[in-house]
Design a protein around this ligand. Structure first.
Ligand SMILES: NC(=O)c1ccc[n+]([C@@H]2O[C@H](COP(=O)([O-])OP(=O)(O)OC[C@H]3O[C@@H](n4cnc5c(N)ncnc54)[C@H](O)[C@@H]3O)[C@@H](O)[C@H]2O)c1
Ligand SMILES: O=c1ccn([C@@H]2O[C@H](COP(=O)(O)OP(=O)(O)O[C@H]3O[C@H](CO)[C@@H](O)[C@H](O)[C@H]3O)[C@@H](O)[C@H]2O)c(=O)[nH]1
Length: 331
């Protein structure tokens, strides 16, 4: 019995692989390393380098390792990039998910956890978004993920697939023990970017958009600690193994911070007053995304341990320090 973690060399996948290994699960990571790093895979997991749509490879992995569940993270993840190159997103996120599903079903793997996103909601009509809010994504990234959600629901009805869809809000922070964190060839996520600025890796932070209809004109997001998110996946796996119902759940804390507030917290926690430039809006960004957070607690018994922006930022800054010493060693 083993769990296949696609995208497990990436940010959220590597933290979830760690959480699974920590409790003694056998973990096989499948990752093409297009945005992930081989060294990010926990030592206790096995890394196979390849593409999730390579059906011969995935078939071989399922049979060889006795895969019983798939946690599917592998995807392209950037909203702005999806606006400029939509077909890349429909291929990477929708078409390849279809191929993976087909392979899984062909081998009788019928339990799957899927990384979806708050981007499926689009421009929120309510301050706190419940799961039954109509989906109306405003960018190709969100649409590519929503199509995958629909595929899962259809396949569940037709072939008995059991799934949990987790709609993550904005993921940030790093493993509290410093074993993993967010590593990017080019960082774009706000907490990561601001942590890099505080660490001197970049000159400063640009705030994209100050004319949104929010309390200070900058966008509002629900920032969730990556290790809490990892534990939500473990809880989802237990739910499926116990024969639980198919679920689509928000994964956030139910409270939002503006871009300006996040930047201020990073400055305060780091003690570094890095330069900030006010700029125009970035393509594809909704004004506000904050998720109702009660259903996942009720359904999965998920109890976040790290719901605190300062803690998230402290862990993100700690990871930057580790990366700096690691890069110094590698050079
Ligand atoms: N980071 C966030 O804030 C956030 C929020 C909502 C949803 N998500 C979703 O969570 C998942 C993971 O995001 P992340 O931030 O860890 O991204 P990431 O880029 O760090 O990780 C994705 C991993 O998937 C791998 N990958 C991509 N395409 C692949 C393919 N075809 N075959 C094999 N491996 C492939 C990449 O090399 C990378 O290691 C994604 O599905 C993303 O859409 C992320
Ligand atoms: O240098 C920066 C980076 C970001 N932002 C703003 O900060 C907010 C958050 O942006 P970012 O951290 O890039 O995350 P999102 O674009 O909200 O997208 C993330 O969060 C979504 C869920 O809400 C996921 O679906 C996506 O995969 C993930 O990239 C947005 O308003 C950005 O315009 C800035 O102002 N300056």
């Amino acid at each position: 019995m083993a769990v296949l973690v696609t995208g497990g060399a990436g940010y959220i996948g590597s933290h979830t692989a760690l959480a699974l290994c920590d409790r003694g699960e056998k973990v096989v990571v499948l990752d093409d390393l297009s945005s992930g790093f081989d060294w990010a895979v926990p030592p206790a997991a096995e890394l196979v380098v390849g593409d999730v749509s390579d059906q011969a490879l995935v078939s071989q992995l399922i049979v060889e390792h006795g895969i019983t569940e798939i946690v599917h993270f592998a995807a392209r993840i950037l909203v702005q990039e999806s606006v400029g190159d939509p077909l890349r997103y429909y291929l990477g996120n929708t078409v390849k998910t279809r191929a993976l599903l087909e392979t899984a079903l062909a081998h009788g793997v019928t339990r799957l956890i899927f990384s979806s996103t708050a981007a499926v909601y689009g421009e929120a009509q309510v301050e706190i978004i419940p799961e039954d809010q109509p989906t109306a994504p405003i960018n190709p990234y969100g649409r590519s993920k929503l199509m995958s959600e629909w595929m899962l629901a259809d396949v569940a009805r037709a072939h008995g697939l059991a799934y949990v869809v987790l709609r993550y809000f904005n993921v940030a922070g790093a493993d509290p023990a410093g074993r993993a964190g967010e590593t990017r060839r080019v960082a774009t996520h706000l907490v990561k970017v601001a942590s890099e600025a505080a660490s001197g890796v970049r000159p400063g932070v640009e705030i994209f958009g100050t004319d949104y209809p929010t309390r200070d004109g900058s966008c509002i997001r629900d920032y969730v600690h990556v290790s809490d998110l990892a534990s939500a996946h473990v809880a989802a796996l237990d739910h499926l193994r116990a024969g639980g119902a198919n679920l689509t759940l928000n994964c956030g804390y139910g409270r939002g911070f503006s871009v300006k507030e996040v930047v201020d917290v990073v400055k305060r926690v780091s003690g570094v007053d890095f330069p900030v430039k006010l700029s125009g809006r970035r393509a594809g960004d909704p004004a506000c995304l904050v998720g109702a957070a009660d259903r996942i607690r009720t359904e999965l018994g998920w109890t976040p341990q790290l719901d605190d922006l300062e803690t998230i930022v402290r862990h993100a800054l700690g990871w930057e320090e580790r990366l700096a010493s690691r890069n110094a060693r590698v050079k």
